[in-house]
Design a protein around this ligand. Structure first.
Ligand SMILES: C[S@@+](CC[C@H](N)C(=O)[O-])C[C@H]1O[C@@H](n2cnc3c(N)ncnc32)[C@H](O)[C@@H]1O
Length: 550
């Protein structure tokens, strides 16, 4: 059945002008069903402006389909024989298929019904819903729009429109439609849930929390609403409420996996650490995680970073101090503790960088790009491209896993990558885009190399330096006049720079320009959000500087 309609769609026929005549002809030719005719006031409008999924059906095809359906379904046939209006009979037939979890067949049947009763808003709503259930968002959208043009009060049609607009990545329309659905029916928990999900996906966690709470109050039966709410609360730093919601989800026993259990246990650790000591926090963690527990060092590292990121500095320092007594030789813990405690340092230590990025290498791309929305390499490459220079020899300092490579390599004679972390370099090597990859500290490399570069590119790596004078001098050594230096920094008002609890440095931009000025002049600057952290944007600047004459 579906295939028959689809083939008609493929032919793109729009032939409703003769549909009444064709259907009547079909019924008249069938003496057994002749009596049905009296109750079959077909109103197939012949309207090419109807949504395509209906407009492309022609009357003869509908007649043939109805005949087939009646032949295989005695209940449908009985409805026709009882004189039920064909559109109503088909609607019941279609809804039966839908309730039997066959939305594809239901959508074909409802499309035929809608062709017969094109002004029945509820029918278009059902048709849109079945199409959406089959994943046919593009066809479903005009069906919902038609339903709403006929009756704008249909909250469920707004909800359907929101869902398909979301599936079609038209997020603004989706948000408007969700909100209208809720305005029409404040108890429509699916709309509140959908709006929450849309906000969550856009990292608007506070709004997501409000919508999901509303969905729960309205009796949401979404199986994962508590897990979602817990996650959003976690991302706002409300670890206690996050733990409570995740506990509800875990007690429901739905969607519980290792990831949820570990997130729940981490929330328990954090809420406990804020009010008590690390022994109590680890005890809470172990009780919550059971057999899914991670090792203590990883939990402490993650918890320490999160406490810092969410402004729980006291708890971070207490945790750091407690850990340091056990793990004096852990370079990550030591440096981050120093950073949180406000030590005066002017660059991140080499052992910290290697240990941190070696640990991070496997998950770096996923975490940065997918979770934190990081796209500095791409934007920095665009800033360079906008200069319109020919820069054949490029150097990617702190190249990491090589996220910049496919932006930098095309059209260049040579691309060299430098990084301290062997495991980040191993990932970069897999991209096969670099002519050479060098394991070295970038300043040591710049001081020693015989190569010269027209572009020195540093995405998210100068954030590990406070004082930059030495770097600028070393970079200038390998760059001829007119070569470009492109990099980004996190920005701060306090000159010249500050070490943040995250272990990264932020720079004051006037002081930075001054530090660069003996060798470089400004070419382009772009204030920019670099990524999000702890649910908040990290402000920074992308810069392109030009090498002055030596
Ligand atoms: C945040 S990652 C950025 C990686 C890559 N540029 C990107 O944008 O995806 C920072 C990288 O810089 C490297 N790095 C930091 N300081 C360095 C230094 N002094 N010398 C060489 N590499 C360094 C780290 O090992 C890490 O791979």
């Amino acid at each position: 059945m579906a295939r028959s309609v689809m083939s008609s769609a493929a032919r793109g026929r729009v032939q409703f002008q003769d549909s009444d005549a064709a259907l009547h002809a079909w019924f008249e030719a069938d003496s057994l069903r002749r009596e049905t005719l009296a109750f079959a006031p077909f109103t197939t409008g012949g309207d090419a402006a109807l949504p395509p999924v209906v407009a492309r059906l022609d009357a003869a095809e509908i007649a043939a389909l109805v005949a087939q359906w009646r032949a295989v379904s005695p209940p449908l046939d009985a409805l026709f024989l009882q004189g039920v209006a064909p559109a109503d009979a088909l609607r019941r037939f279609g809804l039966t298929h839908w309730s039997m979890n066959n939305p594809r067949a239901a959508s074909v049947i409802l499309a035929a019904a809608a062709a017969m009763a094109p002004n029945d808003a509820a029918l278009w709503l059902d048709l849109g819903s079945t199409l959406n259930a089959c994943g046919e968002a593009a066809d479903a959208r005009p069906a919902f729009e038609r339903a709403l043009a006929l009756d704008s009060g249909l909250a469920r049609a707004w909800l359907g429109l929101a869902l398909v607009a979301n599936a079609l990545s038209d997020f603004e329309a989706a948000e408007r439609a969700f909100a209208t659905a809720l305005a029409r029916d404040p108890q429509l928990s699916e709309a509140a849930f959908g709006l929450g999900l849309l906000c969550f996906e856009q990292r608007r966690y506070v709004e997501a929390i409000a919508h999901w709470r509303r969905a729960i109050d309205a009796g949401s039966r979404n199986a994962l609403v508590h897990a979602g709410l817990g996650q959003a609360l976690f991302f706002t730093g409300d670890f206690s409420d996050a733990a409570r919601e995740m506990a509800i989800q875990i007690n429901l026993g739905i969607g519980v996996d290792q990831k949820l259990t570990r997130r729940y246990a981490l929330a328990r650790f954090l809420e406990t650490m804020i009010v008590a000591d690390s022994d109590a926090a680890f005890a809470a963690y172990r009780a919550a995680s059971g057999t899914d527990a991670e090792d203590e060092a990883s939990v402490a590292r993650t918890a320490f970073a999160l406490l810092n990121a969410y402004g729980r500095r006291d708890a971070a320092i207490r945790l750091g101090r407690a850990r340091l007594t056990r793990t004096r030789d852990d370079p990550i813990q030591r440096y981050l503790f120093d950073a949180a405690a406000g030590e005066k340092l002017d660059r991140a230590p080499r052992d910290y960088l290697i240990a941190h990025f070696d640990c991070f290498a496997d998950t770096f791309d996923k975490q940065l790009v997918d979770v934190l929305g990081y796209d500095v390499p791409e934007r920095l490459a665009r800033l360079v491209a906008a200069a319109g220079r020919d820069l054949p020899r490029a150097l990617d300092l702190g190249c990491g896993t090589g996220l910049a490579a496919h932006h930098l390599k095309p059209g260049r004679a040579r691309l060299v990558g430098v990084d301290l972390s062997p495991r980040m370099l191993a990932k970069a090597a897999k991209r096969r885009a670099y002519d050479a990859l060098v394991e070295a500290d970038m300043i040591a490399f710049l001081a020693e190399t015989d190569e010269r570069f027209d572009l020195v590119f540093v995405a998210d790596a100068l954030i590990y330096f406070g004082a930059l004078d030495e770097f600028f001098a070393a970079a200038a050594r390998v760059m001829p006049e007119g070569a470009l230096l492109a990099f980004n920094v996190e920005t701060i008002d306090a000159a010249p720079f500050a070490l943040l609890p995250s272990g990264r440095f932020a720079h004051e931009i006037v002081a930075l320009r001054e530090a660069a000025s003996p060798w470089f002049k400004p070419l382009a600057e772009l204030a920019s959000v670099l990524r999000s952290e702890a649910g908040a944007p990290v402000e920074g600047m992308l810069l392109a500087l030009e090498r002055r004459a030596a």
